[in-house]
Design a protein. Structure first.
Length: 123
């Protein structure tokens, strides 16, 4: 008995636009996740955009800390930069949110390695 075959191409879909504006690092994470995982539900998209915004916040804080120095001088002596704890909290939120999405598991599409063909038959 003959099977119905359909032509499939190895063209990954473009990532959808995020629901809120993202910075450089958040946009890169958004595109990276969408190129490897199929997140289409509203809750998953909200989790992902939250993780991306947390990464943007962490990177902005890191830039400020790098400019000021990790340790600042006060009248009472040396102390940690006040942004350090906020940077760590933002990175933690990003990582925990990605883990809640299950993105610490194997991606849907194979990442590294030689791609298979590009065009083929499925049936």
């Amino acid at each position: 008995m003959a099977k119905n075959l359909k032509l499939v191409a190895n063209n990954p879909p473009k990532s959808p636009a995020p629901p809120r504006p993202l910075g450089e690092h958040g946009r890169a994470l958004w595109q990276s996740v969408h190129s490897q995982y199929g997140i289409e539900d509203a809750a998953g998209i909200e989790f992902l955009v939250t993780a991306c915004q947390a990464l943007d916040r962490a990177e902005a804080l890191k830039a400020q800390i790098d400019a000021d120095g990790a340790v600042i001088r006060t009248k009472a002596g040396l102390r940690d930069h006040p942004g350090l704890k906020h940077e760590i909290a933002s990175r933690s939120l990003c990582i925990r949110t990605l883990a809640r999405l299950g993105l610490d598991l194997e991606p849907v599409r194979a990442g590294p390695g030689r791609p298979s063909g590009g065009v083929g038959w499925e049936g």
